[in-house]
Each structure stands twice: as C-alpha cells, then as structure tokens.
Design a protein around this ligand. Structure first.
Ligand code: ZN
Length: 562
C-alpha cells in the first residue's frame, strides 16, 4: 500500500451503533463456535472496527491539538469523551467471552497469552455502571488540558503560550529568568482555584469508579489500568526508596556545583533550569531545520537512507514547532489503520527540543518496527514502561551523533541531558508518591493536598528554595504536571524506563553496535511480552533492583565528574 500523505487522511466519525452490533455478533460467535478458523476471522473483523474507532479518535485528537481553536474537532472530542468508555466496555465484554471460553487453552496457544492477560485487566477496569463516570473523567481531563492550551502569559509586553516561555525561563540573565518564572507562576496562580476543583472532582470520581468495581481505593484500579502485570505497589515503594538513597545525594551535589558555576550566593527556584553560566547550550540549527536534521541523525545511527523519520516528515506526519493555539506537550500517536505514527511537539529553540524530538521519534520507531507483531491492536504496544524505554533509550543512544544539532556545544548538551536524567528521577518519584497519598486518602482538603506536596519536595528536592514565591511556597507546583490530572500513576514508568535506558547507555559506551541490537530487539517485541519478560529477552536487569540503581548512580556520577 502506498503511504498516504497525512493531509489526505480523512476524518470520519465512527458509528458506535454499528460497533455495538458487531461486538454482539462477535460475542455470540465466540460463545457458540469451537471452530478456530471461524473464531479467528470473527475476531479479525472485530479488530478491524476497533482499530477504525481508535484511528478516528487519534485523528480527532491530532487535528484538535494542531489547532485548539477548531470548533469542529472540539465538538468531536466530546463525542469520544462520551463514547470511548462504551467502546471499552463492549470490547471488554467480547474478550471476557474469549478468556472464559471452553477452548481458551487452544486459543491461547494460537494468539499468545498477552491478549488474555490484557483482557482480564480490561474486564476488571470497566463495567456498564461506571460508563457515565468514565465519560465525566475524560471531560475533566480535557478541560484541564484546554486551560493549559489557552494560557496567555504576559511577558515583556508580549503574550506567550507556556511552551514559548521556556527560552526565557532558561535565560542566562538572572533578572530575565526571574521575571519569566514569576510570570509563569502568576499564570498558574490564576488557574489554581479551577485546577484544584478539577483535581478534586477527578479524585472523587476515580474513587467512586474504583469502589463500584469493588476496589478499596483507586490505587488498585490505577495499577490495573496501567497493566502492571509483574510488579506491585510495594515494589514501586522500594524503587522510590532506592532513588532516595542513591540518586538524591547526587542531585544535591549537582545543585551545589551549579551554585558555584553560576556564581550565585544561593540557588533560587528560577536558577534551577540554567546549568551553565552562559546559559544552556542552544541547538546550532534553525528551529525549522530540526526535522531535516533529525532525519539525518537517524540515517547515521541506523545506517539507513532514507531514515524512518525522513519518511514520516516527507509525508507530513510531524508537527514540531510551537505556535499559538497549538496544544501543549509532546507525544507520538499511531494511526492504527495505517500503521503510521505521528510526532507532535512544541519546539521553542531550547536544548530540550532535541531530546524531545529524539524521544518522540523513539516511540515512532518502535511503532513502525512492531507494526505486524500481533493480530490484536492491544498487543501491538507493550506496557508503558517499555514504551518509555523505546523513547528514552534512543535519547542516550543518539549521544555520538548529537554534534549534528549542537556542533561545538555537543558536549555541553550531553552533560545537560545526563544531569537532567538524574534530576528527573527524584522528581518522578515525588509525583508518584504524591498520587499514592492522594488516592489512599481521597477525602483530603485542597490545603492538605498542597501540604503533602510540600513535604515531598522537602524529601526529594531538599535543595529547593522558592524565594518567597507564594504559589510555590504553598505546595502548588504539582498543578503544572498534566499527568497528575490526565494519566494517573503513569509517571513512575518514566523513572523505570530511565534506569533501564541508562543501563543501555552504559553498555553502548563499550559496545555501541550490540546496544543498538538490544534496543531494536525491544522495539520489535511489540506487546507480546510483559515488562520483565522483555527485559530478560534483551538481557537487561530489573530497574527495581537496588544494586542496579546503585551501579547507575556510580557510573553516571563518574560520567558527570560529580
Ligand atoms: Zn514518551
């Protein structure tokens, strides 16, 4: 099939009635037939429609995010808010017949065990009596995203969105970055009452959904939704303890050295993003040249011409540079019907643009490599820690080619990237612990929630000095973290992936070709194995092991000369 241009892809609202009918027919076939060929073709037809629904949803999200002013796609988003829970419930009902079928062992032989594991978790995450609440949950999440997308920040006589403020937050002029940080925190202060309320509604809703599904709290349901097949809340707790023990001391040292380097008496919150006295390294290529440069980098890394990124770019599947009325954030979204990923982000001219474009490209690469790995769309992708290895590991494996973007500043970029990788780990754990606390005690008041965050900052970021900024001092910084609103319990996956990716980086320093083979292996696996199984098959160690974290702390500290 000729690859279509993104601009040629037509959006059409899927019919939920037809989907419902098909789901019923498929259920009936699964209940009555023992003919495996018949079951297979029936499931294939069901999969085709399911893929169709999610492809339409992805196109809708993309087109909305590319222009949040477009009223048509804003309306269509509400259609999916309402109907995705219905489709999920119908799908879970189909698969629940599959797993309880008399010939389940034979089917498992044919399709592999992952769809059975996933079906079980799906069934335990949804039921007809929570569908309305699931729609309300989606609507609240979209509301939060909309507030961030609408942000208009007054700065030096001009208006900016949040992504566009990044270069000012990293300014090498202390006064400028201080004013920028103040302007951004003023914006968040202004939305605080509404976001507090949205979050409170979300916590109540999620808790109510969990209880209706017979869980004691949303934590259990959150883990089910995240498809945690091989680790528990206790394992995650131990992981956070190891980060506290081995990584936090390194970050304290990083901040001490930063204070010296910047020649300031005290490192204030607005100094944190600036690691080098003359400012962080900026890409040497023009912001509009990023896509071409990225394509070139992957040609060199994967020794393939054109690279996968060149092909995506040439067909319009990338939207890289920030502009007004474009939704915030960065992601890679696969259009399942076409098997083509789309890379969306908001480049603003900072070094983070480069790590982000590589990160999202890693998701895109994996999506392409695993496009035929399963007959079930549910099993094309692994669980999210593994997806984040696809992306994060590529950031490290690209180190030898980063000169393409930064020329003489490449070394500074690598230093900054590695430093931020370490600084991220305690932050990620803090976001995770915060959510555990919140959902274990869903009745906390707004103020209590803010106090929890403040205490966690003391634990994981002991160096932080908010210089009397009221918004931050009151423990409100978490309202900036969209995952806390939209993707509960996702955040620790970034930390787990970071530790695995750092193993791959360490390995790549002596055996770059082998490291790339391991990386490619992980990408090709798709979602046919669990997290631990994929790690084992690639010869990598569990990030939950305190010894692994200790070793990573040692090699990264050495690399950064800490
Ligand atoms: Zn990612």
């Amino acid at each position: 099939m000729e690859m279509p241009l993104y601009s040629e892809i037509i959006y059409e609202r899927p019919s939920v009635d037809e989907f419902r009918e098909l789901a019923m027919r498929t259920r009936l076939r699964l209940m009555t037939s023992k003919d495996i060929t018949l079951i297979e073709s029936s499931l294939a037809e069901f999969q085709k429609q399911l893929s169709h629904f999610y492809t339409a949803q992805s196109i809708c999200h993309l087109r909305h995010d590319q222009n949040t002013n477009d009223a048509f796609f804003s309306d269509e988003l509400s259609f999916f808010e309402e109907n995705e829970p219905i489709v999920k419930d119908l799908t879970a009902a189909v698969y629940s017949v599959l797993i309880s079928s008399e010939i389940a062992p034979m089917l498992m032989n044919r399709f592999g065990k992952m769809i059975f594991l996933k079906a079980k978790y799906q069934k335990e995450s949804v039921s007809p009596e929570v569908i309305t609440e699931l729609s309300e949950e989606a609507a609240l999440e979209n509301r939060y995203e909309q507030i961030l997308a609408d942000a208009q920040i007054d700065f030096s006589g001009k208006k900016y969105n949040l992504s566009m403020m990044k270069p000012f937050l990293e300014s090498s002029y202390r006064d400028e970055r201080k004013r920028a940080a103040q302007a951004v925190s003023d914006f968040f202060s202004s939305i605080l009452p509404e976001t507090d309320k949205i979050f409170d509604d979300l916590v109540r809703l999620r808790t109510s959904i969990a209880r209706k599904l017979s869980y004691s709290s949303f934590v259990e349901l959150g883990y089910k939704r995240m498809e945690r097949f091989d680790y528990t809340e206790a394992d995650v707790e131990e992981f956070r303890r190891s980060i506290l023990r081995y990584i936090v001391p390194l970050t304290v040292e990083i901040r001490r050295l930063q204070t010296k380097r910047l020649e300031v008496d005290e490192l204030k919150y607005f100094d944190l993003p600036v690691l080098f006295p003359r400012g962080n390294p900026r890409p040497a290529v023009d912001i509009n040249e990023y896509p071409v440069c990225t394509g070139e980098m992957f040609r060199a890394l994967f020794e393939k011409d054109p690279s996968f990124f060149d092909v995506l770019r040439e067909h319009g599947y990338t939207d890289i540079v920030s502009r007004k009325m474009k939704a915030a954030g960065a992601y890679c979204m696969t259009l399942l019907d076409y098997g083509i990923p789309f890379v969306f982000m908001n480049a603003s001219g900072t070094s983070e643009d480069v790590s982000t474009i590589i990160h999202e490209s890693g998701h895109a690469y994996a999506s392409i490599r695993s496009v035929d790995s399963s007959p079930f769309i549910e099993c094309l992708f692994p669980t999210l820690e593994v997806c984040e290895i696809h992306s994060t590991a590529l950031e490290f494996l690209s180190y030898p080619y980063i000169e393409l973007f930064f020329k003489a500043n490449a070394e500074a970029y690598r230093d900054q990237h590695m430093t931020e990788a370490l600084l991220f780990l305690p932050y990620g754990c803090m976001v995770d612990e915060f959510q555990h606390r919140i959902y274990h005690e869903p009745d906390m008041t707004y103020t209590q929630r803010h106090s929890v965050w403040k205490a966690l900052e003391g634990k994981y970021q002991p160096f932080i000095d908010y210089d009397g900024n009221e918004f931050f001092e009151s423990g409100s910084a978490w309202i900036r973290q969209s995952h806390i609103f939209s993707d509960p319990f996702y955040y620790i996956d970034y930390c787990l992936a970071q530790i695995v990716s750092l193993q791959l980086w360490d390995y790549s320093r002596t055996k770059p070709a082998d490291a790339l083979v391991k990386y490619d292996h992980i990408c090709r696996e798709g979602g046919n194995k669990t997290f631990f199984e994929i790690l084992r098959s690639a010869g990598l160690e569990s990030p939950f092991s305190p010894d692994v974290i200790k070793r990573i702390a040692y090699v990264t500290a050495e690399y950064l000369r800490l």
